[in-house]
Design a protein around this ligand. Structure first.
Ligand code: ATP
Length: 347
């Protein structure tokens, strides 16, 4: 049982607060992705769980043990960090076998685990090479294979695929997902790549400026962002936002279009819609097309609505050109509303 509980964890570096009292529980066997822009505190949080950094306040529990006072090696975790410590003077085989030898496993078991994990990471042909002779991407895969070979209760990974080219990254992502889904391992995985996060995670914890803004399953995070930041960070292109003014009980006016919206809110609020939830219709938001980008299956249109940039992902059969005027209707069940003061979602 390796549930990880992070309770009130804060971290300051001098006068700078990198983490503001973070609370997060990662369930036993869950694959949790910490996602956020550069500098939001993902690595700091992971390093605190690993024991490579000391929290300024708060507690970390793994299973029934409080671990924040323990050395990294006593926490029962395997880790893959950005500056992966692969020993250059050891062969790939010995690197992967390293922890297994420390655990004094029988040679046959070591062989089995090294071979299996080297195959998973597509480095089986490199087993006899010295790690110092490998490329960055190859070293990174050795680090992942070494961590997986430990068959740990908890694995912590910080951008483990960052040095791989796009195709290999896609392949490794699927391999990792397959291996970890079938294992008893609880995983925390740090990335700033939202596609990787969506594809791998059971749950995504979105971070912004030292806080967790939303922790939810990937579809919820995408469809129902709890905060404006989440809608503006996730999705490529991200959500569109427009100001909305009251137009009667439960009714709002958005760029001249009257829409049903939250009944409880007062004053100005914000309307939000994903670019793919728009379609040309007789009634909708009046848009002037600025740029047209054919993407194969779809066409990305950058337009202007009420003087603001506004993007729509449209059917590629639709012929549009810069200067065209479109009326774009938002899919009623996909509209979201935000409070401009708190930046939180309104219902
Ligand atoms: P990235 O994706 O770029 O790795 P991150 O979200 O992992 O970013 P962290 O490495 O956790 O971000 O850093 C969070 C903030 O804390 C950053 O603003 C960083 O500059 C600051 N920080 C991290 N380590 C230190 C340190 N040792 N001393 C001072 N500031 C630090």
């Amino acid at each position: 049982m390796a549930e990880i509980r992070i309770r009130g964890v804060a971290k300051t570096f001098g006068s700078f607060t990198a983490l503001h009292s973070v609370d997060l529980t990662i369930r036993d066997r869950e694959f949790l992705v910490l996602l956020g822009a550069s500098g939001c505190g993902k690595t700091t949080l992971l390093r605190i769980v690993a024991g490579l950094e000391t929290a300024s306040a708060g507690e970390v529990w793994i299973g029934e043990r409080r671990v924040d006072g323990l050395a990294p090696r006593d926490r029962g975790i395997a880790m893959v960090f950005q500056n992966y410590a692969v020993f250059p003077h050891l062969t790939v085989y010995e690197n992967i076998a390293f922890g297994l030898r420390m655990k004094k496993l029988p040679q046959a078991e070591i062989d089995r685990r090294v071979t299996r994990n080297a195959e998973l990471m597509h480095i089986e042909q490199l087993l006899k090479r010295y790690s110092g002779q490998l490329s960055g991407g190859q070293r990174q895969r050795v680090a992942v294979a070494r961590a997986l070979a430990m068959e740990p209760a908890v694995i912590l990974m910080d951008e483990p695929l960052s040095n791989l080219d796009a195709l290999l990254r896609l392949e490794m992502r699927a391999e990792l997902k397959g291996v970890l889904a079938g294992s008893r391992t609880t995983t925390i995985y740090v990335t700033h790549d939202q596609v990787e996060a969506m594809s791998l995670a059971d749950r995504i914890a979105v971070m912004n400026a030292g806080r967790i803004v939303q922790a939810d399953d990937p579809v919820q995070v995408y469809r129902n962002p709890a905060a404006r930041f989440v809608g503006s960070f996730i999705g490529n292109p991200p959500m569109n936002f427009l100001p909305a003014t009251p137009a009667g009980p439960g009714a709002w006016e958005v760029a001249g279009l009257r829409l049903a919206g939250p009944a409880g809110a007062a004053g100005r609020i914000e309307f939000a819609i994903r670019p793919e939830d728009l379609a040309p219709a007789p009634e909708g938001l009046a848009a002037t097309v600025r740029v047209v980008e054919p993407l194969g299956p779809h066409t990305l249109v950058t337009a202007e609505v009420a003087g603001a940039p506004f993007r729509a992902v449209l059917d590629s059969d639709l012929r549009v050109a810069p200067g065209d005027r479109l009326t774009l209707a938002p899919a009623a069940d996909r509209i979201r509303w935000f409070d401009p003061e708190t930046q939180e979602a309104l219902t």
